[in-house]
Design a protein around this ligand. Structure first.
Ligand code: SF4
Ligand code: SF4
Length: 103
């Protein structure tokens, strides 16, 4: 499970998206999750959410609910982060998705 004792994320965490270091390129190399979570799909949700206006955010919430998986199932094992060639902070983003879409 995601560590739910962590505080909710700040409203704007999009500034990290401009960094080449932690920019997701949809390469799918993080798709070997022990919990069978579709990590690349969650990362795409994260990027879309950062760029979305209120109307699109509402649609993304509906799409997330239909995904059939929840970021809260993440165990924070870090396997996906180690597989990522761009050092994307996947665990932190899974945590943020939990706050954005499941709370
Ligand atoms: S950190 Fe979470 S999403 Fe990544 S491989 Fe582990 S359980 Fe899966
Ligand atoms: S491995 Fe990294 S760059 Fe590739 S899809 Fe996953 S998070 Fe994005």
């Amino acid at each position: 499970m995601v560590n739910n004792s962590l505080p909710a994320p700040e409203q704007d965490s999009s500034k990290t998206e401009d960094s080449a270091r932690d920019c997701c390129t949809n390469c799918d190399k993080c798709s070997t999750c022990a919990m069978q979570l579709n990590v690349p799909a969650f990362m795409r949700f994260y990027v879309q959410w950062q760029k979305a206006d209120a109307q699109l955010q509402a649609k993304l919430k509906e799409a997330y609910a239909a995904l059939g998986q929840k970021a809260s199932r993440c165990r924070s094992c870090g396997s996906c982060e180690r597989a990522c060639p761009h050092q994307v902070p996947v665990v932190a983003r899974m945590q943020e998705l939990y706050w954005r879409f499941e709370m």
